[in-house]
Design a protein around this ligand. Structure first.
Ligand code: ZN
Length: 176
């Protein structure tokens, strides 16, 4: 399996909100493309709330499922600064950017009806942790600033040494 990893040395200290091509991976029979929707500047003290991340997960998973037949996955990063969109095949970032006006329309429709897709105990594991207004607030803050978005990952070879954190640890998983 060959991998064309663009992101393996992202410098999070310089990463700003934006839309980044994270990875195009060659699986032999097909490519899989991952985009990084970075809503928040990493380690800035300002993060998505769990409710916002969860609501945006539901709304935009629904949107991208309808919009792209190649959609594999949309979901939040554990650091609460953004989301990954995973698509089957090779894709142009313009295709993604061009879809976002429709996404905004979808948000507005949901706001009007005060609805979050799949907000019920049969379809979701924490359905009370969903709020369309809270989710839209974070989406809107991000989307309004799209002309300022970053589009190319800042790269760093080695993490500078510092007593406050571990640098560049290679884990030996000893897998059998
Ligand atoms: Zn859920």
């Amino acid at each position: 399996m060959q991998s064309n990893v663009i992101s393996f040395k992202i410098d999070h200290s310089k990463l700003k909100p934006g839309l980044y091509l994270h990875e195009v991976r060659d699986y032999g029979t097909n490519y899989v493309t991952t985009y990084d929707f970075r809503f928040k500047k990493p380690n800035s003290g300002e993060y998505l709330t769990p409710c916002q991340a969860h609501t945006i997960e539901h709304v935009m998973a629904t949107f991208f499922t309808g919009k792209f037949k190649d959609k594999i996955y949309w979901g939040p990063m554990g650091c609460f600064t953004g989301f990954y969109l995973v698509l089957n095949g090779k894709h142009d970032v313009k295709e993604i950017l061009d879809s976002l006006d429709d996404c905004e329309v979808f948000w507005k429709e949901l706001l009007e009806s005060s609805n979050v897709p799949a907000k019920n105990p049969y379809r979701c594991g924490n359905y009370k942790l969903l709020d369309i207004r809270e989710g839209y607030k974070a989406w809107s803050e991000y989307y309004q600033k799209r002309t300022e978005w970053g589009s190319e990952y800042p790269i760093i070879d080695n993490c500078p040494p510092d007593d406050n954190y571990q640098c560049d640890i290679d884990y030996d998983l000893k897998l059998k």
